[in-house]
Design a binder for this molecule. Structure first.
Ligand code: F6R
Length: 632
């Protein structure tokens, strides 16, 4: 944190920024444990309001651990969950009832009668009475002592979507379109996501004595900023919390990115001006004032709240040149280093001229989507490039694609007089399968192989020989469901073994620090862990780790340490490599909130990076891929 004081003026709710979700969640869990024990000492019960979704998962994991290892008992705990989809039976894997039992209740000693979760199977006629009695039960239990909340991209808390009334109580609601789209990852397809839910109201949440709102990952950064710094409004129900006397917002660094104190700290108070912060400020000023860096004047700095910086720097002229050069030096068409050139101002080392490189790709297409042009450049420039596909990606293949391949195998087998009963079974399974049902082992295998073939096509197109293409099939991913297993020793060992075998000078990895439960983040954690375990190996001294952004956004311009530019024909070649991933074209099973196809997203993003460089007054390129060097 660069700030010395005074950001509270902007933030209308106390916010605590933690290093990561694990650290923040541990703190919340400790506070809950303390409150439980305190009440136990007084011989009283404690009432917890609980949320589902990815935000509280690590809190539940910590509580379970405290129960197992520290004897934390939940005998005096009464719980009320915020919400449940409607209509939905408890037994369905996607139900919040199931979620709570999987993550918490099945692993602690809470009496079953103390658990309350809205029932998604209540008949419609009895709904109003049911909701009123849920609310009454909370009051009868003495009201909620500690309420856990996540925040949705619509700004919802519970399922109180935009438009929810400040005094609303437990009731049935319709889910927002965005919320339903976010739920596709659990229900496998949009049609299967319920349209409605039962939720505690904003008013019910408000009655809680203490509220923790948690948000982890940069995809929460904008909505979180709006909730904390913006006006109170029904169009953003989380903003009502500004009126609550005892809320704490717990976020990680990624979710804090849009807060004034992080994004533009110079507007929030006095700063400790490191070179990185100066770069951030100059880039921001250039963008704010629509002027290239070398045209910024002292007045521009003064008028945009940067007079303190100008006072420290004496004048803008030298400062502009210094930052311009810093950015200029990040641009390189030699991602593996330029052999025999002076590398003192280049992002990569000149020697060795031919480097051993591993590109890690979490899913089978992230390599070409996120760094396809750099990939081809590395191969063309004579480096020994390997690509390693970390997961099989089998979950993101449509059933109809798997069916097509199974039918192909069966029909071809029949022409050869072979026994095709295995394929016939697969075909029968797929023909009778409900889309939300998990795949059989055989179907998963087929889907994984479809993606394998596509990945091989993409890597070959980038110029790789087959023996440089590695399929790691990390076990944490192989659940057949969107919910994955935690990262295990076997996953890390697989990464370590490959690193040991290749002993690379350069490693590229998807640096998605957001989304603590997303596959990209888990894949990255496996690489970090492997690096830590191997840190004493002599070859590690010469091994640099470059992070590309796989999902969400690109790196911010001031963070980029290597920008690899490319021409229009190179951009077209990159598109061809992405086209090799046919199962992901048009509309993959988990498209997220973006309607563009992957190749379009990649091109828009790479063109935008080039445009931003150009707008700062640097050279004009068609497109650029961006990287940050990770120093362990
Ligand atoms: C869950 C709930 C929702 C989630 C919110 C964030 O019980 O009521 O409001 O807290 O949608 O979801 P995640 O944590 O999955 O990002």
């Amino acid at each position: 944190m660069h700030l010395k004081y005074e950001y509270k003026h902007f933030e209308k709710i106390p916010v605590k920024i933690w290093k990561d979700a694990a650290e923040g969640s541990e703190h919340v869990a400790r506070s809950i444990a303390l409150a439980i024990r305190q009440k136990q000492q007084d011989g009283e019960k404690i009432v917890l309001g609980l949320a589902t979704g990815s935000s509280p998962i690590k809190v539940y994991e910590a509580l379970v651990r405290m129960h197992r290892e520290e004897g934390l008992s939940f005998k005096n705990v009464i719980t009320f969950n915020l919400d449940e989809y409607y209509p939905l039976a408890k037994s369905v894997p996607q139900s919040y009832w199931r979620f709570m039992h999987d993550y918490l209740f099945d692993h602690i000693d809470i009496p079953k009668e103390n658990i309350h979760i809205p029932d998604g199977a209540v008949p419609m006629e009895g709904m109003a009475d049911y909701c009123a009695s849920y609310e009454k039960q909370i009051d009868m239990a003495g009201g909620i002592d500690i309420q856990l909340l996540g925040i949705g991209r619509t700004g919802h808390i519970g399922f109180n979507e935009p438009g929810a009334w400040e005094h609303s109580m437990t009731r049935m609601v319709r889910l927002d379109h965005l919320t339903r789209r976010d739920a596709i990852k659990d229900f496998m397809q949009e049609d299967a996501v319920p349209y409605r839910a039962i939720t505690m109201g904003v008013g019910s949440i408000f009655k809680a004595r203490t509220v923790y709102l948690m948000a982890w990952g940069e995809h929460k950064a904008t909505v979180l900023r709006d909730a904390v710094e913006g006006p109170i409004s029904t169009s953003l129900p989380a903003s009502f919390l500004q009126n609550h006397p005892n809320v704490r917002v717990m976020i990680d660094q990624s979710a804090s990115e849009m807060l004034t104190r992080v994004r533009t700290p110079w507007l929030a108070g006095s700063c400790n001006w490191t070179e990185d912060l100066i770069c951030k400020a100059v880039v921001w000023l250039s963008q704010q004032s629509n002027k290239p860096i070398l045209k910024l004047t002292d007045e521009d700095y003064n008028e945009h709240g940067l007079s303190e910086l100008i006072m420290e720097e004496a004048n803008s002229y030298e400062l502009n040149i210094r930052i311009f050069n810093r950015l200029q030096h990040t641009i390189s068409g030699w991602p593996g280093g330029k052999p025999h050139a002076d590398d003192s101002n280049r992002p990569e080392r000149a020697e060795p001229a031919q480097k051993r490189v591993i590109i890690f790709s979490p899913h089978p297409d992230d390599d070409v989507i996120s760094m396809g042009a750099t990939f081809m450049r590395l191969v063309d420039q004579g480096h020994h490039v390997h690509v390693a596909y970390q997961t099989s990606g089998n979950i993101a293949v449509h059933d109809y694609d798997a069916l097509r391949y199974a039918e192909f195998m069966a029909e071809y087998g029949k022409t050869q007089g072979a026994d095709t009963s295995h394929y016939d079974e697969v075909i029968a399974f797929l023909n009778s399968k409900n889309p939300a049902e998990p795949d059989s082992e055989a179907v998963r295998k087929i889907k994984g192989l479809i993606r394998r073939g596509e990945a091989r096509g993409g890597a070959r197109y980038c110029g790789l020989e087959d023996d440089h293409i590695h399929f790691l099939d990390m076990p944490f991913y192989e659940t057949g469901k969107t919910r994955k297993k935690p990262l295990g020793a076997a996953d890390i060992q697989i990464i370590q073994d490959l690193l040991e075998t290749i002993q690379p000078h350069q490693v590229y990895a998807a640096g998605d620090l957001a989304d603590p439960h997303g596959t990209h983040r888990v894949c990255l954690d496996a690489i970090f862990e492997a690096f830590r375990n191997l840190k004493d190996r002599p070859w590690m001294e010469n091994c640099w780790l470059w992070l590309y952004r796989g999902a969400w956004h690109e790196w911010a311009i001031d963070e980029i340490e290597m920008a690899v530019p490319f021409s229009p024909p190179q951009l077209r070649k990159k598109r061809q490599a992405i086209f090799m991933h046919q199962s992901q074209k048009d509309r993959p099973p988990f498209p997220g909130d973006d309607n563009r196809e992957f190749w379009q997203r990649a091109e828009d993003r790479n063109r935008e990076t080039a445009r931003l460089y150009r707008a700062l007054g640097l050279a004009e390129y068609e497109a650029m891929e961006a990287f940050v060097r990770w120093k362990i």
